[in-house]
Design a protein around this ligand. Structure first.
Ligand code: CO
Ligand code: CO
Ligand code: CO
Length: 328
């Protein structure tokens, strides 16, 4: 499903309201937050998808890093997870599933998250993912809304995983390019989130299906701010430019462009391949962190020192034009 589809499906349905529900489904945030007591809230999210790489073990790692990412993006600490498995048992060797689950378990161990259960069904198409629960202090929840004029925005991973995945399916991508993309997708956003906690951060989200510009549009909220995007500082995975120039762009990226382009100025001045990269639907992308300008260099340095090497300042929050992205 593309951007706006869930909104359309939910439109007019009576949603849940509860005094303990701090972040709910209508907020289009990364995860839901439910207050248990004054000091503790649950952060909950679920994510699953069809394989995006050939190697089952790598797919398990990536799906797990991706599912955990929404907890990190809220400022939370993931503690438990449940496996979600759909598997074509009549057509695929059970060893494939074993490798996927092993990849997931290794990633959970790295994240110090405990697998507490799961559920599997038979399906024509393989799918894997997780439901994850984390903890957070209610007063430390970081939502995707809240960026302030004068902030600058950091991205913590390079873009292009959707394009590279499409090139791989087309048999075009080189082994080195795929290897690097897999490494990036399998990397936990844990370190970035830990560094972020030491700073006064106004807003955060992770870059996934809507692409960089789609998620930046979501950060505009009701539109009291604008965001200026420095397109030449955006980190891009090796190979992504070459494949984007060849037109190897996934359907989700095109849908993102159609949906969000009306909110974006300056698209005509950006080469088409770069626009595709900026809208590219990502799997297990990096965090987008909005913080005060005077803290931003220190935040960037702290991220890089913690090993988040691709972190870059890519945007600035401005007063005008309201409710719009401006590509420069
Ligand atoms: Co997210
Ligand atoms: Co999600
Ligand atoms: Co069950």
């Amino acid at each position: 499903m593309g951007p706006g589809d869930l909104d359309r499906a939910l439109c007019g349905l009576p949603l849940m309201d509860h005094p303990n529900l701090l972040v709910g489904i209508e907020q289009v945030d990364d995860a839901g937050v439910y207050k248990l007591m004054d000091e503790v809230a649950l952060v909950q999210t679920v994510d699953f998808f069809t394989p995006i790489v050939d190697d089952p073990y790598a797919f398990g790692q990536i799906a797990t890093a991706n599912a955990l990412s929404d907890i990190y993006a809220m400022g939370g600490t993931p503690i438990t997870a449940l496996n979600l498995v759909a598997f074509p048992i009549k057509n695929l060797d059970i060893e494939v599933l074993r490798d996927i689950l092993r990849g997931g378990l290794d990633k959970m161990r790295e994240a110090e998250v405990v697998l507490v259960g799961g559920h599997s069904i038979e399906d024509q198409e393989l799918k894997y993912g997780l439901a994850v629960t984390g903890l957070i202090r209610p007063d430390e929840v970081i939502t995707n809304i809240g960026a302030k004029v004068g902030d600058r925005i950091i991205i913590t991973k390079p873009l292009g995983t959707g394009i590279i995945n499409t090139a791989q399916k087309g048999g075009v991508a080189s082994a080195e390019v795929v290897q690097r993309a897999v490494e990036v997708m399998a990397t936990l956003n844990r370190k970035a989130a830990e560094v972020m906690r030491d700073f006064q951060v106004h807003a955060c989200t992770d870059v996934t299906g809507f692409g960089l510009l789609g998620h930046l549009c979501e950060m505009l909220g009701e539109g009291e701010i604008g965001i200026k995007v420095y397109t030449d500082t955006v980190p891009v995975l090796p190979g992504a430019e070459e494949y984007a120039r060849m037109g190897l762009v996934p359907g989700g990226t095109h849908r993102n462009k159609e949906f969000y382009v009306p909110k974006v100025d300056g698209t005509k001045d950006v080469p088409p391949y770069l626009l595709d990269i900026l809208f590219d639907a990502q799997t297990s992308g990096g965090l987008l962190i909005s913080a005060r300008s005077r803290d931003i260099e220190e935040l960037l340095n702290s991220l890089r020192e913690a090993g988040v090497k691709d972190a870059s300042i890519i945007a600035e929050v401005v007063a005008e034009p309201e409710g719009r992205l401006q590509l420069v």
